[in-house]
Each structure stands twice: as structure tokens, then as C-alpha cells.
Design a protein around this ligand. Structure first.
Ligand code: FES
Length: 378
């Protein structure tokens, strides 16, 4: 079994900065924390600063997210929100945009206040940039709406930590007043003169430039890549927004010659999780599988049907397995298949390599063999 948490790499990193390697072994369990500040960013978005429950476990790589948990009207609600602060600042701050019928986001925007207590899991996520202080390359961000949150953390950290690196940001919103972090971005442009370019793309406000009037879609991304120097040749492209933007920008960048390995993306919404409908196949007729899940070295055994997801079945069986979105986006429910065959309905967050190594999103995983053994500890 892995240790509860590991020490950071030999190089001592400033503030809350860490590496993904140093995060290995940190368990996705909840810690109680206090809300230090709720700051209104726009009419429908607040940023929330949290007390740091444990600096070693809550250090993060810019671009990562926190999973928060609370009780709202008697029901437990969990959501993942990206960190918008730079780890160099030593601040743990997420941004929460109110979404229509969003239980947690509405509560956070209307009721959450300084001094309240929240449950929080250590930072997690693969959408992140590990920054070398000697890096002299250019990076590009495409963000829409609250998709700016992880990109903000990445660009702030890059500009501060790598004095010769540059960042080009394309940020889509409806109108000027809906731009989250507008004044902070302007301040950063002044502070890091010539190293940060910000292009606001507005869909309902004509800025007098056709290139920046509309939505960030494939055609616009293709034009931006063709006309803005540095975009095609950047060392990394970070895309965060709705699915159609991610697909459109990815298609435009790859058509412009950008390697797929340089394109990183994070969805902030996923399609409604598909009902667990198993695809056809000989094994789909199996009535039940005998499933074992391992968490913190403890085994939980249960029988489940082929249409049920392992995460739900494990929760029903009393295992306190980690999850947040249940929609294939956040990766909190990641675990490794040690034995047996499974099938995933959706995957928006595991890399191809992780899938090859046997990792699955248990919120999307259905058993396809008589026995299945899955570990959250690997
Ligand atoms: S709970 Fe978010 S991906 Fe499974």
C-alpha cells in the first residue's frame, strides 16, 4: 500500500507549488476547512479562499482542482472547482460560477460566507502545467466563461516562475461585464509587460474586430492560429470550456500542425451521463458479477449487475469511495483494475496511457466478467 502522503521532491518548491510525482499516494479523502473569504468576481461568479488543511497534502500544480462537499437542504452535495490562485501565492482559492439549476453553485453564490466550514479533498487533476523556472517558451490558453479558472492559475504561475516564458490567452465571453478576472488580467498585462497577451472574444459585443466577435469555434480558432504569431508554435495549448469549443479548437490546432500531445483540455461541463447501457457482446448477458473494491487496504465485496456502475454499487455496499462529478470529467473516482474485464461508458479525463495501464473512472465502469477486482490505492 502506498504511504499516506509523500514528501515533495528534493528541490524545495515555493508556496504551495508541487509536482504530480510528489502527489502520488495522497488519498482523496475529505478534510474540514474554513472559508477565509468569498469575493464577488462578476454578477454570477464568486471566488472562495479556503484555509489550508495541510500544506503538504494541499500543495498543487497550477491547473488542478479541488472537490468540495457540503450539506444543502439536508442532502450531501459534491462538486469539483478549479483553483484560480497561483500555488506560489500560498493561497487556496477556487472560482464558482452560478449555473442554471446548479445546487452547489447557487448556494455558493448566494449563501456561502466567510467563517463557514466546507469539506475539501486534496488537489487533483491532469490538466496542469509543471513549470521549470528556466522555461523560455510560449504557452497558449483558450478559455470560455468559467473555463478561465485553471488557465488563470497556469498563466499566473508561469509568468512569475519562468521570467522568460510567455502566455497568449484567448478568452471567450458574451459581454465585457461577464469577463471573470478582467481587472486582474489587465493588471497582469501591466506587471508582465510584453509577456502576456490577452485577446477577449465576445459573442454579444462588437469590439470593432471581426476576428474577436463571436464564439470560439473551429473556424475562429483556425483564424486566430493563422493570424496571431506564436500560437501554432507554442509549447503547450490549454483548452478549458464546453465540449464543442474543445473539439473545435482541437480540430483547428491539429489542422494548423500542432501536435496532439501539445493540446491539453478540460471540460467544465459534460454531457449528461449516459444511462449505463452496456454495448452488445457475449459478456453483456451475464446477470451479476462479483466485484471487490480496495480502498485504504480494506476490501469491500458485492454483487452487481452489468448495467450498474461500480462506483454506485460500491457506495451502496458501504465503501466510502471517492467521487465528485459522476460524469467522467473530474477523475476523482479513478481506480485501477487488478483483475477481470470492465467497460467504461464515458471518459473525459483519463489519458490514453492511464487507460492502457488499467485505470478506469469507476463512475463510468461496468463489470464484464464474473469477477472484477478494482483498487483505489494504486
Ligand atoms: S466522479 Fe468525476 S470522473 Fe468519476
Amino acid at each position: 500500500m502506498l504511504g499516506f502522503f509523500k514528501k515533495k521532491n528534493a528541490e524545495s518548491l515555493p508556496g504551495l507549488l508541487t509536482t504530480k510525482a510528489a502527489q502520488k499516494g495522497i488519498k482523496p479523502t475529505f478534510y474540514s476547512t474554513k472559508v477565509l473569504e468569498v469575493r464577488r468576481e462578476t454578477a454570477d461568479c464568486v471566488s472562495v479562499a479556503l484555509e489550508i488543511p495541510h500544506p503538504e497534502m494541499f500543495s498543487f500544480v497550477p491547473g488542478q482542482y479541488l472537490t468540495l462537499k457540503t450539506q444543502i437542504q439536508g442532502a450531501e452535495v459534491r462538486r469539483s472547482y478549479s483553483l484560480c490562485s497561483s500555488p506560489l501565492s500560498g493561497e487556496l482559492r477556487v472560482a464558482i460560477k452560478q449555473v442554471e439549476q446548479g445546487v452547489f453553485s447557487t448556494w455558493a453564490n448566494t449563501e456561502l460566507k466567510e467563517g463557514d466550514t466546507l469539506e475539501v479533498m486534496p488537489p487533483n487533476g491532469q490538466f496542469a502545467l509543471e513549470i521549470d523556472s528556466a522555461d523560455r517558451q510560449t504557452y497558449v490558453g483558450f478559455a470560455a466563461g468559467s473555463g478561465i479558472t485553471p488557465v488563470m492559475s497556469i498563466l499566473k504561475t508561469l509568468l512569475e516562475r519562468a521570467p522568460e516564458a510567455k502566455f497568449i490567452l484567448f478568452y471567450g465571453n458574451r459581454k465585457t461585464h461577464s469577463i471573470i478576472f478582467k481587472s486582474e488580467l489587465e493588471d497582469l498585462k501591466d506587471q508582465y509587460m510584453g509577456r502576456l497577451e490577452v485577446h477577449h472574444v465576445l459573442s454579444r459585443e462588437d469590439q470593432g474586430n471581426d476576428l474577436l466577435y463571436g464564439r470560439i469555434d473551429e473556424a475562429r480558432a483556425a483564424k486566430l492560429a493563422a493570424h496571431i504569431p506564436g500560437v501554432k508554435d507554442a509549447a503547450g495549448h490549454f483548452l478549458c470550456g464546453p465540449e464543442d469549443m474543445i473539439h473545435g479548437v482541437t480540430a483547428a490546432l491539429t489542422a494548423a500542425g500542432v501536435a496532439k500531445s501539445a493540446i491539453h483540455f478540460e471540460l467544465f461541463t459534460a454531457a449528461t451521463p449516459a444511462a449505463a447501457a452496456p454495448k452488445t457482446g457475449a459478456t453483456s448477458a451475464r446477470a451479476e458479477s462479483y466485484v471487490t473494491v480496495i480502498l485504504d487496504g480494506e476490501e469491500t465485496h458485492f454483487h452487481q449487475g452489468p448495467k450498474d456502475f461500480v462506483l454506485d454499487a460500491a457506495l451502496d455496499a458501504g465503501a466510502d469511495v471517492p467521487y465528485a462529478c459522476k460524469g467522467a470529467v473530474c477523475c476523482t473516482c479513478r481506480a485501477k483494475v487488478l483483475e477481470g474485464e470492465v467497460e467504461m461508458a464515458m471518459n473525459y479525463s483519463l489519458t490514453d496511457q492511464e487507460v492502457e495501464e488499467g485505470y478506469v473512472l469507476t463512475c463510468q465502469t461496468m463489470p464484464r466478467s464474473e469477477r472484477v477486482r478494482i483498487s483505489y490505492d494504486d
